[in-house]
Every structure is written in structure tokens, then in C-alpha cells.
Design a protein around this ligand. Structure first.
Ligand code: KIV
Ligand code: ZN
Length: 565
């Protein structure tokens, strides 16, 4: 392995002085062209059938893609049939241009023109390979040889295009790709593209799309950007061309390549949903578009329902979107770590309380709702989760607003449980734990019955509350207890003294209503300090707020009596 790398030839960067692209900014979206149905399809284990292609085509239209490469009709019968079906069944919206790919070879070009007959808007995309390597090992020709192939192809394309235009009124435009552009000497790429531009008769009103593919990604995005800037600066008649990119992802940097390429002057991007395409795929137009979106640039594509896009994509291509795929993966809006959960929680609180217009939530680069995702799965619980995570679930999923001081206590119980089961736990399991720990907390003391009375003594302006009830200790017979106080909690405390409970100090109290289905109940949170100085929370729930409070007190007492001090 050590010396194995010596057999590779490093990419030779061009010498570009005073490059401008590093100080440029992306301020508007490119023209998007989907190559899902061609590059994406040709890379599938099982290429799509007619129905699957049609469904994906309709999805692309719905997303807002206006240029869609629908296939390579001269290369396969299915591709040919698909195109004919789209045209005959009038499935192509008027504002969508279909694009067809063809090698710069006579019989293939002729067949392609048969396939597009009857379409309203067409981009005829022709290509030949131009790199030094392809010239050497595949075509065994020099640069003049590949220029001739391109020029002859362009002549035929133009001739047949003019004929078709005159006969059917088709709105036809042309695209030329020097395939393997990345391995083509920059001046040779400019030479061949200029020759094609001349033949096509490109003008500022009728531009030729020059698609510069990184057919095999072979260098860092900055070197690619240098090439694009150089190409744009040195192409004569630049204003008569639309510079398009078609980044593949061999080095895993197709998105960066596209972004830096746009900084360097590219105006159009060919890519696919979720980056499907040959080998490691094409550039992912969802990531590119959403990256722009996070920079306050409307990308002109609609991913409001990203799960739907994912479903159609996975069904039609039989590919799988990874859980960490930007913007769309199952886990990308999920925080497991406690500090992340706390920060997200605080960010959302800040957004709600300040009625902020701008999105400022740590760890969430976008509002999940913008792509039709929910907040609910944002916080998930495992043993790495902190105190805030469980409280967030209790609030967001079940409506329980745990007092801040209670978060560490409940968080500890959740962490202990996660450690014991050794996995992530669901929101329902968090609720179940809460019930077990607080609401349904068993013994040693159980309240069997209770009643409150208000008592006013003569000349007493502040009436007293009297508690009467039956209390059982473990399995003993229930005993009657009574107590008087300034309020229900006080009265209950005094009654508990009758069964030997004393020395507890009241620390904190909060309450709110919580809806359980169509029912509403009061929930109260009581914090007590036990005689040994340790604090415990108790939670009580009832239709009656007084009863909810004393259940909370009893819960806190029971928890203190059964805890390991
Ligand atoms: O990757 C590539 O170079 C291509 C061309 C045909 C544009 O797909
Ligand atoms: Zn490609």
C-alpha cells in the first residue's frame, strides 16, 4: 500500500494569476438541469421502466426543474420509447425543455432527431471525449482529430435542427460537452468549444450551452474553479455561451466543485436528486439548492416536501438515501448529545419568545419545517442525552412543562434507564419512565381517600383549610388522618405528621393544565427538602388542583423515603 500511490499522476493545476473567484459570492441560482433520467438512470443496477421514469419526470417538473435531460434515445429502445411517450401523451409542460444526449456521430444524431420530432422545446446535447488520456488510449488520435469529430457533429446537428425547426416550429437549442473536460488541456478545451460555437452560429441572443463536465472528478474544487475562470476569460465570444457544469463526485466534492465553479463564472448546473449518477454520482441538486437557501437565496426549486421527494426517488430508482444525507436524511435534524439538545431547546425558546424573524437556532442550519420535516424528531434520547433532552420530549410530545430545577433529576433517571437498555429510547418510553418515577409512584404511603373543608372561625378573616383522609403505610391497615393549615398543601403536611412524617420543607411549587386526549387535568410539581437536607420532586395529576398538589407532595415524600441517601 505504502508505495502503491506512486503509480498515480497528480493533477497539474493551471497557473492563474489574480484569480477573481475567491472574492465572488453566489447571489442567484444557476439554471438547473436534471440528468436523473439519463446519467442517473444509466448508473442504476436496474434502470427505470417507463412508469418509473414518468413518475420521476413528473416529480422533477413539480420541484420546478425547467430543463430535464430525458435520455439517450439513440442508445436504447427504452429511452427512445420513453421520449416518444412523453411527446405523444403531451406530458411535457410548456415551460419545460427536454434535453436529449447524443454522441457526435452521424447515425446516432439522425436517430435522435427522429426521437424528438413533435416536441416543443428541446436542447440537443451532443458530446465527444477530448481528454489527453482518451485521445491516447481510446481514440488514438490527436487534438485535431477530436476537433474534427465535434465540428462534423455540430454541422449535422445544426443542419437537422434547422430542418426540424422549419418543419415543426420546434424551439431548439444546442449544448456541447467536451467530455472528460477535466483531463483536457485548458487551451484545447477552449479551442474545440470555440469551433463548435462557430458552426452552431452562437450569438448573445441564441447562446450555445457549453457544458464542462468533471466527468471524473480528479482535483480539488479550487483547481476546478481556476479552470472555469480561465475558460471564461479566454473564450472568445463569451457572451454567446452559457457555461454549464456537470460535476461528478469521485472525490466526494461535487457540491463544492459546483459552488466554486459558479463563483468562477458558471451559470448552469447539471445534477441529480440525491446525487445519483455514474459511480459516486453526479452533484446533488438538493444539497446545492438548499445550501443557497441557507444563504437567503431562493434557489428556484421547491423542496418543501422533501420526504415525498425522497419516497418517489427511492421507489423509482430503488436507491437508498443515507440517514446523514444533507437536508433529507433521517438523522440530519436529530441531536443526541446533551449539549446540542440544550442549545436547540434554548434556540427554539428564544425564537418563540422574541418572535424573531431570522432563524437563529444552534445546530440546525435550517428550520426543518422548511423542508416539511418536524421538530418532533429533533431531540432523540440515548445515554449521551442531557437533562434538557428528556424535558424537551416531555414538553413537545406530551405537554408537561417540567420546572427547570427538575430537569437534572429526571434527566438522571432517563440516563440510567438508557444505560440499562443500551440503546436509544422512544418518546413513549420517556413518558412511561415519567409515569413510573412520578405520577404512578408506589408507596410506601398511599392516599386512600381525601376531603378538604374550608373553616372560618369567628373574627378570622383568613379561613383555614382542613384535610381529612385515609392513609395507608405499605400493606398496613389504612389510618384516618386530619390536619389544618393555611392552604391545602399545608393542611395535608400537618395531617402527614400523624403518620410520622415531619421535618420536610417546602421548596418550590408549579402547576399547569395538561391535555390528555380530550380531557384536561391539572399537573403540579412539588419540590421538598427532606429532613436530611436532600431535595426531591414529586408530581401529582388530577382533575382537581388541590388533589393534584397533595399527590405531588406524597410523591415527593415517597421518593425521598425510598431513595438511597
Ligand atoms: O460525465 C460526463 O462527462 C457526461 C457527459 C456526457 C456530459 O455525462
Ligand atoms: Zn456524467
Amino acid at each position: 500500500m505504502k508505495d502503491g500511490c506512486k503509480k498515480y499522476i497528480p493533477f497539474e493545476p493551471i497557473k492563474l494569476e489574480n484569480r477573481k473567484w475567491p472574492s465572488n459570492r453566489i447571489t442567484k441560482p444557476p439554471v438547473w438541469c436534471s440528468v436523473d433520467l439519463r446519467d442517473g438512470n444509466q448508473a442504476l443496477v436496474d434502470p427505470m421502466n417507463l412508469d418509473e421514469k414518468t413518475e420521476l419526470f413528473e416529480l422533477l417538473c413539480k420541484i420546478g426543474v425547467k430543463e430535464i435531460e430525458v435520455g439517450f434515445p439513440s442508445a436504447s429502445e427504452t429511452e427512445y420509447e420513453f421520449l416518444r411517450t412523453l411527446i405523444k401523451k403531451e406530458l411535457i409542460p410548456d415551460d419545460v425543455t427536454i434535453q436529449v444526449l447524443v454522441q457526435a456521430r452521424e447515425h446516432l444524431i439522425r436517430k435522435t432527431f427522429e426521437a424528438i420530432d413533435g416536441a416543443k422545446n428541446v436542447i440537443l446535447h451532443f458530446y465527444n471525449s477530448t481528454s489527453a488520456l482518451q485521445r491516447k488510449v481510446v481514440f488514438k488520435t490527436d487534438m485535431q482529430g477530436v476537433v474534427d469529430i465535434a465540428v462534423n457533429g455540430a454541422k449535422l446537428v445544426k443542419e437537422l435542427g434547422d430542418e426540424l425547426q422549419a418543419r415543426t416550429g420546434v424551439n431548439i437549442r444546442y449544448e456541447y460537452s467536451p467530455e472528460s473536460f477535466m483531463g483536457t488541456e485548458p487551451d484545447n478545451a477552449i479551442w474545440i468549444c470555440s469551433e463548435v460555437m462557430k458552426v452552431i452560429g452562437a450569438t448573445p441572443e441564441n447562446k450555445l450551452i457549453l457544458n464542462l463536465p468533471s466527468t471524473v472528478e480528479n482535483t480539488t474544487p479550487n483547481c476546478f474553479a481556476d479552470l472555469i475562470e480561465y475558460f471564461c476569460e479566454n473564450l472568445e465570444n463569451r457572451e454567446s455561451a452559457i457555461i454549464s457544469l456537470h460535476p461528478h463526485n469521485d472525490r466526494g466534492t461535487a457540491v463544492a466543485t459546483a459552488e466554486l465553479g459558479m463563483l468562477a463564472g458558471a451559470e448552469r448546473i447539471e445534477g441529480t436528486l440525491f446525487g445519483n449518477g455514474e459511480r459516486t454520482g453526479n452533484v446533488d441538486i438538493i444539497t446545492l439548492a438548499m445550501n443557497m437557501y441557507t444563504q437567503a437565496i431562493d434557489p428556484g426549486l421547491n423542496f418543501e416536501h422533501i420526504n415525498e421527494v425522497k419516497d418517489v426517488y427511492e421507489r423509482t430508482t430503488k436507491m437508498h438515501v443515507g440517514v446523514r444525507h444533507p437536508y433529507a436524511g433521517d438523522l440530519v435534524f436529530t441531536a443526541f448529545s446533551g449539549s446540542h439538545q440544550d442549545a436547540i431547546n434554548k434556540g427554539e425558546e428564544y425564537m418563540a419568545n422574541s418572535h424573531a424573524d431570522m432563524w437563529e437556532v444552534p445546530y440546525l442550519p435550517i428550520d426543518p419545517a422548511d423542508v416539511g420535516r418536524e421538530y418532533e424528531p429533533v431531540i432523540r434520547i440515548n445515554s449521551q442525552s442531557g437533562k434538557g433532552g428528556a424535558a424537551f420530549i416531555m414538553h413537545n410530545s406530551f405537554g408537561f412543562i417540567l420546572p427547570k430545577a427538575m430537569h437534572p433529576e429526571f434527566g438522571k433517571a432517563v440516563k440510567k434507564y438508557c444505560d440499562s437498555v443500551g440503546r436509544e429510547i422512544s418518546a413513549d418510553e420517556v413518558m412511561e419512565l415519567f409515569r413510573r418515577e412520578y405520577i404512578d409512584r408506589k408507596g410506601p404511603f398511599t392516599l386512600i381517600s381525601h376531603k378538604f373543608y374550608e373553616e372560618s372561625e369567628l373574627n378570622d378573616t383568613s379561613p383555614k383549610v382542613r384535610f381529612e383522609g385515609m392513609i395507608r403505610h405499605n400493606e398496613d391497615e389504612p389510618v384516618p388522618v386530619t390536619g389544618k393549615g393555611n392552604g391545602p398543601i399545608d393542611a395535608f403536611f400537618n395531617a402527614m405528621a400523624k403518620v410520622g412524617i415531619s421535618g420536610y420543607k417546602f421548596v418550590n411549587y408549579s402547576e399547569h393544565a395538561v391535555s390528555i386526549g380530550s380531557d384536561a387535568k391539572a399537573v403540579s410539581y412539588i419540590q421538598l427538602r427532606d429532613p436530611k437536607g436532600k431535595t426531591f420532586f414529586g408530581v401529582g395529576m388530577s382533575h382537581n388542583i388541590n388533589y393534584a398538589s397533595i399527590r405531588g407532595v406524597l410523591c415527593a415524600i415517597n421518593r425521598s423515603l425510598t431513595s438511597e441517601h
